[in-house]
Design a protein around this ligand. Structure first.
Ligand code: HEC
Length: 157
């Protein structure tokens, strides 16, 4: 019994340590996951609504993109300027032309002062259940996205 209690204490302390070790980026990603809850009912750009064939297949052969209300006005025409802070874009990647083949969910959020050299975008990749795969100022993300206006890759034309 004593051993059992000791084991419980050790496990409890270990879990506290893990929480403390979580990086700020990981915590930001987790709060973004809460923030995007229900994104499936967010607006979509009309030329990019529903499941679309991907331009380059990086995120899967097919993708679907949702945009929050803060960012939406920037997509009325083609994206011509920088998006406002608190803009959020959510993209599901699929291996096939249907939503059941989802492989991951990637998100871009514009956070004032987060990364001024790269458009202040915070990048995150989640599993479909919301586990954080990768999050923060990720060079592979912004390097490929740099060719787009304000790092946005899908085009409204
Ligand atoms: C090699 C190129 C490449 C890399 C690397 C890449 N992306 Fe993308 N991403 C694209 C393209 C192209 C699109 C447009 C949709 C499509 O055709 O798949 C896109 C679309 C998106 C979108 C929808 C908004 C937009 O910009 O069009 C988000 C959100 C996104 N990517 C997040 C990420 C994140 C997060 C990472 C890093 C973990 C990442 N991307 C890495 C090429 C890339």
């Amino acid at each position: 019994m004593k051993i059992f209690i000791k084991l419980m204490i050790i496990m409890f302390l270990a879990s506290c340590e893990n929480e403390a070790e979580k990086s700020q980026d990981e915590k930001t990603a987790e709060s973004i996951w809460q923030e995007i809850d229900g994104y499936e009912s967010w607006p979509q750009v009309s030329e990019w609504s529903g499941v679309m064939a991907s331009i380059d297949g990086t995120h899967g052969s097919f993708v679907q993109i949702w945009i929050n209300d803060v960012a939406m006005p920037s997509f009325q025409d083609n994206i011509s300027s920088e998006l406002p802070f608190a803009s959020l874009l959510v993209k599901e990647g699929y291996s096939d032309n249907n939503v059941s083949s989802i492989n991951n969910i990637t998100v871009m959020k514009k956070i004032e002062g987060y990364d001024p050299d790269h458009g202040d975008w915070f990048w995150a990749s989640f599993s479909k259940n919301g586990e954080v795969n990768n999050a923060g100022s990720i060079s592979s993300c912004y390097n490929c996205h740099a060719s787009g206006t304000d790092f946005i890759r899908f085009s409204t034309h």
